[in-house]
Structure formats: structure tokens, C-alpha cells
Ligand binder design. Structure first.
Ligand SMILES: C[S@@+](CC[C@H](N)C(=O)[O-])C[C@H]1O[C@@H](n2cnc3c(N)ncnc32)[C@H](O)[C@@H]1O
Length: 262
């Protein structure tokens, strides 16, 4: 069986060839600004999960920030999964001329994210492993996990349930899902939660051709229902604000524990 984990690049990527999704303090480089700053709020972002001694999978790890956090919290082993330029991002296939151009820009963007993982990995002395794979087909050889983190990724996937199904089948204990709370979707949340209608809203609009990389507004109650189908019971749901560039956004985190196996 071939080794499922990516090898670190022989040459350390230059900072100018990286894109940081998260703000990080990197030894020798100082503060590197990313889009989101979770440095003081990672614990609430991840639903106060205890990582000590656990084998952890971080799905859609980007620059590895959550991997490194789990590692610093005492995880026994951490594996990040993300795309590489060899994979296609699930962008919305609007029938227009920019779609093809954009998808090649995405591939270049992914290479810069991969670089930021490896640069921080080296500077932080991390032992986390990275797998280049599509979430729907993570190689079996990667093994099983105690905890899987889906940080702000389900909204970007064409088939979020399939992603949860495939990954959770390898999770022994806990699934953590973090996703966006859309400020203008109060009715959606009320209908889904209070009226017990586990629905999602399809966001791409052919009139505006937006959004281009986000598919769904997913209420937390729908995530809980999906996880319950898969044998996980929600233990807690947290609502929190996180800083994205200069603005604050509401997100939620569902922490669910395995209560049934197939
Ligand atoms: C919005 S970022 C989330 C970063 C981080 N998990 C967090 O919570 O802050 C989404 C990440 O998911 C990755 N991604 C998107 N589609 C994917 C797929 N089909 N398989 C694996 N990773 C994917 C992207 O490359 C990106 O790094």
C-alpha cells in the first residue's frame, strides 16, 4: 500500500509563495496576518473539545492552524486533509465564461495554502501529518480517528452529507462541525430548529452568479439531524463571533459524540 501522507517539500516555501487563512505567530517571522484570527478563540471555535491523547483529523486544514492547535492541546497524533493543485475544488458550475478561468485560479490558490501549511509546520516544529485528498475519498490507509473537525467546510461542499458520512465512518468518538450563521437567514433557522424541519438553503443565484464557492446555508439543527442519522448525538452547540479581516461574523459549533455504530 502506498504511503497516504504527503512528504514535506525539500525546500522551505517562501512567505511570498504562501496564503494564510489564519493569523499565526511564526517563530522568526512574527505575526503573519491571515483572513481569520482564531488565536484567542480556537477553544470556543472547536467547542471546548479535549484533544489530550486523541488521534485527530482536521478536514480542510488550509494552513494547518487547527492541526497545530490540537497538537498544542496534547493530541496524540494530528492529521490534516486538504486539496492539492491536483484536485478540483467544488466550485459552483455557473454556465458562464469565468467558471473555467476561476477554477484554474483556485488550483493556484490551493498551492499557496499548501505552502503555508508546510512553512508553519516547519517553523512551529509540528509533527502533524498532511494528506492531499478530496474529503469524499480520503485513503483508507490514513486510519481511524477519535475526533474529526469539519471547520467551515461543509458550506463549501456540493455534498456535505456525503462528506460527513465518509469521514464519520472512521471516527470513534467525536465529530466537531463549525459553520457560518448567516445574519439574514433567521427564518431558515427558525423553520429548521423550532419547526423541526431539517432544511438547507441552496445559495448560488443564477441572476447574480454569486456565491461562486459556497453552496449552502446549513442551520445547526440540520447538522445535528445529519449526525444523528450517522450515529452521533449532539452534546452541545455553541454560538460565537470570530474576526474575519476587520469584521466579526457569527458562527456555530456542534460537538457530537458517537452513540451507535453500524
Ligand atoms: C474555509 S476553509 C476552512 C479552514 C479551517 N478548517 C477553518 O475552520 O478555519 C475550507 C478548506 O477546505 C478545503 N476544501 C474545500 N473543498 C474540499 C474538498 N472537497 N476536500 C478537502 N478539502 C476541501 C479548502 O481547500 C480549504 O482549505
Amino acid at each position: 500500500m502506498s504511503e497516504p501522507f504527503a512528504s514535506p517539500p525539500t525546500e522551505l516555501p517562501a512567505l511570498s509563495d504562501c496564503s494564510f487563512y489564519h493569523t499565526m505567530d511564526l517563530p522568526g517571522y512574527g505575526l503573519v496576518e491571515g483572513e481569520w484570527d482564531l488565536r484567542r478563540t480556537a477553544d470556543v471555535y472547536l467547542g471546548h473539545v479535549n484533544f489530550a491523547g486523541k488521534r485527530v483529523l482536521d478536514v480542510g486544514t488550509t494552513d494547518g492552524f487547527l492541526c497545530f492547535y490540537a497538537e498544542q492541546q496534547g493530541a496524540y497524533e494530528v492529521v490534516g486533509v486538504d486539496l492539492s493543485p491536483a484536485h478540483a475544488w467544488d466550485t459552483v458550475p455557473f454556465a458562464d465564461e469565468t467558471t473555467m478561468r476561476e477554477s484554474s485560479q483556485f488550483q493556484a490558490g490551493i498551492a499557496r495554502l499548501n505552502n503555508s501549511f508546510w512553512l508553519s509546520h516547519r517553523l512551529l516544529g509540528s509533527k502533524a501529518k498532511l494528506v492531499y485528498a478530496d474529503v469524499y475519498s480520503i485513503p483508507r490507509a490514513v486510519g481511524e480517528f477519535d475526533i474529526a473537525i469539519f471547520g467551515a467546510i461543509l458550506l463549501h461542499l456540493r455534498d456535505p452529507f456525503l462528506a460527513l458520512q465518509r469521514v464519520s465512518s472512521r471516527v470513534r468518538e467525536t465529530v466537531v462541525v463549525v459553520d457560518l450563521l448567516w445574519p439574514r437567514k433567521l427564518l431558515l433557522y427558525l423553520a429548521s430548529g423550532l419547526l423541526r424541519r431539517p432544511i438547507v438553503e441552496f445559495l448560488p443565484d443564477p441572476a447574480t452568479k454569486q456565491p461562486r464557492e459556497t453552496w449552502w446555508a446549513i442551520p445547526p439543527s440540520t447538522v445535528k439531524r445529519w449526525l444523528a442519522v450517522l450515529g452521533f448525538e449532539a452534546q452541545r452547540t455553541l454560538y460565537h463571533r470570530q474576526r474575519h479581516r476587520q469584521r466579526w461574523h457569527w458562527l456555530y459549533t456542534v460537538v457530537a459524540r458517537r452513540v451507535r455504530t453500524l
